[in-house]
Each structure stands twice: as C-alpha cells, then as structure tokens.
Design a protein around this ligand. Sequence first.
Ligand SMILES: Nc1ncnc2c1ncn2[C@@H]1O[C@H](COP(=O)(O)OP(=O)(O)OP(=O)(O)O)[C@@H](O)[C@H]1O
Length: 127
Amino acid sequence: MLAGSIQSRAVKQQSLPLSSLLRPIPPVLDHRKIDSMVQTLQGATPDFIPTPAPESITPGHLPPVDVLHYHSEKDGKDFYFVFGGCHRMQAYEKAGVQMVDCKVLKVTRGMLKVYLGGSVDALVGEE
Ligand SMILES: Nc1ncnc2c1ncn2[C@@H]1O[C@H](COP(=O)(O)OP(=O)(O)OP(=O)(O)O)[C@@H](O)[C@H]1O
C-alpha cells in the first residue's frame, strides 16, 4: 500500500468500476481478511476482525482505495492504477460489488514510473 494515504491535495473521492482498476503487482493474500471484508460489503457483522482492527466499520462499505490516475495526452486514454488495497479489491470481486470507493490522485508519467519502473511503456504506451 502507498505510505499512509496519498496526498490530500488534488485527491478526488470517487467511485470507479472495479473493471477499470489496473493492478500491476501480484498480491499476497490473507483469505480470512478478504472474507471479513466481504461480510462488511454484504452489510453483515464480520465474524473475524483482522489486526490492526479497523477504527470503525460501516456496513456495505470499505475504506477508499488509493488510486493513481494517469491521462495519456498522446492517445487520450485514462489509466487507473492500484498498488495497495489488495484485500479490498479481492473482497469487491468476491462480493460481486462492481463500484469501488476510491481516493484518486492524478499523476504524471514521471510519478508513475516511480512505481512501474521500466514497465511503464508496456503498461501505458510509449511517450
Ligand atoms: N472487515 C472489515 N470491514 C471493514 N473494514 C475493514 C475490514 N477489515 C479491514 N478493514 C479496513 O480496511 C482497510 C484496508 O485494510 P488492509 O490495509 O489490511 O488491506 P488492503 O489495503 O485492502 O490490502 P493490502 O494492505 O494487502 O494492500 C483498513 O483501514 C482496515 O482497517
């Protein structure tokens, strides 16, 4: 996950389709945590609470996932990258919830390269 939360400056809270979110890093998963999140998304009280315990739980919702948004001027395409939030993403998939609460930060290609390194050209196209 990104350190803490992404900068509050220029961060937009929005709901994005799960299918639009790109996850370039393979996750290491704790399935009990995913199932607990699924229960929250389904409006139930989780029968297992992962540690550290969430400060609060809102039935039907998970905390927003940090998303980096890159807009390619060259071809007008938008890319939404998620580097953390692996358990929440799996929980959305498993619960069949299509729209994900996100905190979206617009980034430059240079900023994206910090996360993607040399894979940036393959993932968003060459400059
Ligand atoms: N069952 C749950 N219901 C609601 N919120 C939860 C639940 N379990 C964990 N959370 C909260 O969800 C947020 C994200 O949890 P966590 O950082 O463990 O997973 P993740 O970011 O989705 O995955 P990862 O850290 O592996 O990338 C935290 O604020 C955590 O407290």
